[in-house]
Write a protein that binds this ligand. Structure first.
Ligand code: PRP
Ligand code: URA
Length: 210
């Protein structure tokens, strides 16, 4: 296994992920769970944000205390399923700018097809959290990272929910400088490129399409 992967195994994340995987979980609950998990994961993904000291006054006296030093963040969602992760992250880092990369997987070739890209204009100055719940073959994340790099993004973290071993190895090989944060690593892909056991089609479950 490549070594640039961090598994977030907090009990709350694991509990909610189990509910999310369950096929009897409907779209409303799926959306809520994905949102909550994304927020919990963002807590870990932002752990290395730099702090600076400021002076404030409490009701009792002066204090030197620490605040985030103003590092700029961008949350970039891979459409569609990444949309389900942005709000949870923004609740923790409301000043982050949001971008969207539209990709879908060709069902025959499993290769990503681009259809949309709108990024913050100052993406070169921002640390990027790229979000998509599923890392299967890794083709979509690879394409999104290349697009971000073409637009000048320098520091990218990939945040997913379930990653296959194959997807992790592919991204680690293509982009060794991009750490992957995931809640679970699943064993394999089936003949249609779906993660097994996974959770099925994340976009369809999120939006109730099929
Ligand atoms: C899913 C998922 C990822 C991609 C992962 O999107 O949300 O973007 O597949 O597969 P990969 O690692 O093999 O590229 P999908 O193509 O189903 O599009 P959708 O979210 O619009 O349904
Ligand atoms: N995309 C999904 O939504 N689920 C998978 O298991 C693989 C790709």
């Amino acid at each position: 296994m490549g070594n640039n992967v961090i598994v977030l195994d907090h009990p709350l994340i694991q509990h909610k992920l189990t509910l999310l995987r369950d096929k009897s979980t409907g779209s409303k609950e799926f959306r809520e769970l994905l949102d909550e998990i994304a927020m919990l994961m963002a807590y870990e993904v932002t752990r290395d944000l730099p702090l600076k000291e400021v002076e404030i006054e409490t009701p009792v006296g002066k204090a030197r205390s620490r605040v985030i030093s103003g590092k700029k963040l961008a949350v970039i969602a891979i459409l569609r399923a990444g949309l389900g992760m942005t709000d949870g992250i923004l609740r923790l880092v409301p000043a982050a700018k949001v971008g969207h990369i539209g990709l879908y997987r060709d069902p025959d070739t499993l290769r990503p097809v681009d259809y949309y890209c709108k990024l913050p204009g100052d993406i070169q100055e921002r640390d990027v959290i790229l979000v998509d719940p599923m890392l299967a073959t890794g083709g979509s994340a690879d394409e999104a990272i290349k697009l971000l790099e073409q637009k000048g993004a320098r520091s990218i973290k990939l945040m997913c929910l379930i990653a296959s071993r194959e997807g992790i190895e592919y991204i680690n090989h293509q982009h060794p400088d991009v750490p992957i944060y995931t809640a679970a690593i699943d064993e394999k892909l089936n003949e249609h490129g779906y993660i097994v056991p996974g959770l099925g089609d994340a976009g369809d479950r999120l939006f109730g399409t099929k």
